[in-house]
Design a protein around this ligand. Structure first.
Ligand code: SF4
Length: 268
């Protein structure tokens, strides 16, 4: 399959390219046997995202998405030939980012996975996920929604292109009302930005009443390249404080763990 450049007017804010992939299922260390990422890049453009450092991507994160156009066909073949195992969708990209509305690669992969009867764990920040309720029904799947704060200013600052919190909460409720097993991920926690206990307890209350079965919390996964991106939105004093908190041996998160345990399961 050749490489196509998509009409730039269709997604004016990002560079979108259609590519072909050789493999769909990659071995995963993230609570599943395999991972599927139908897109390379993510238009949500979260400042704290560690994906570019995992996939060793040098292009500016949030400005491009490569579409693995042939992934449903490749996946169908691999599901026949590889050992059966659980699959995580969305480990280094959001499976329901903007382009999914048009390309529906996540939807097509889900159809294949449902047919193969494998356990699927999916994670997103987008309400587009409710589009696929018809597939989730009677499927062995846990759908996770990431919500980092109740304060939309946090979202605007750190996840500029992701849907707002109200929309995400509504999506969870729609899924659970339809009988889909849902969980929530609060993270990454950034000291002084979204780890205030009053806000977190209120958020947990809303998540629980939306029907999630589990709430997980995680701290910022600090990689060297993330500093330069965070510096765009955080003042110098906070950056200096973060350099201390995220240095080895610092016990900030160990001390806070007991607080976080009141509302969910810290995974750090
Ligand atoms: S939604 Fe996830 S993959 Fe996409 S930019 Fe944000 S953290 Fe990265």
């Amino acid at each position: 399959m050749g490489l196509n450049i998509v009409d730039p007017n269709e997604f004016p804010d990002i560079e979108v390219k259609e590519i072909s992939c050789k493999s769909a299922l990659s071995l995963s260390g993230l609570e599943a046997d395999y991972a599927i990422n139908a897109y390379k890049g993510c238009s949500h453009g979260c400042l704290y995202c560690y994906a570019p450092f995992v996939i060793k991507e040098n292009r500016e994160w949030g400005t491009f998405v490569d579409i693995k156009r042939n992934i449903p066909a490749v996946l169908a073949k691999e599901l026949r030939n590889k050992p059966k195992g659980s699959v995580r969708i969305g480990s280094v990209t959001d499976p329901y980012q903007k382009v999914e509305g048009r390309y529906q690669l996540t939807r097509m992969c889900l159809q294949q996975l449902k047919k193969a009867d494998v356990h699927v764990i999916l994670q997103t920040k987008s309400d587009l996920v409710v589009r696929d309720i018809d597939i989730f029904t009677d499927m062995d799947i846990d759908v996770g929604m990431t919500i980092t704060s109740l304060d939309d200013n946090f979202r605007l600052k750190f996840e500029p292109e992701a849907p707002n919190v109200e929309v995400r909460l509504e999506a969870i409720k729609t899924l659970t009302d339809a009988g889909v097993n849902t969980w929530a991920f609060i993270g990454p926690l950034l000291p002084g930005q979204n780890d205030d206990m009053v806000m977190l307890e209120e958020l947990a209350e809303k998540l629980n009443s939306s029907g999630v079965t589990e709430i997980y919390l995680d701290k910022l996964n600090m990689r060297e390249g993330i500093w330069s991106r965070l510096e765009k939105s955080i003042d110098k004093d906070t950056i200096a404080r973060y350099r201390e908190i995220f240095s080895s041996g610092n016990d900030y998160f160990r001390r806070r763990k007991k607080d976080y345990e009141k509302i969910g399961k810290p995974v750090f």
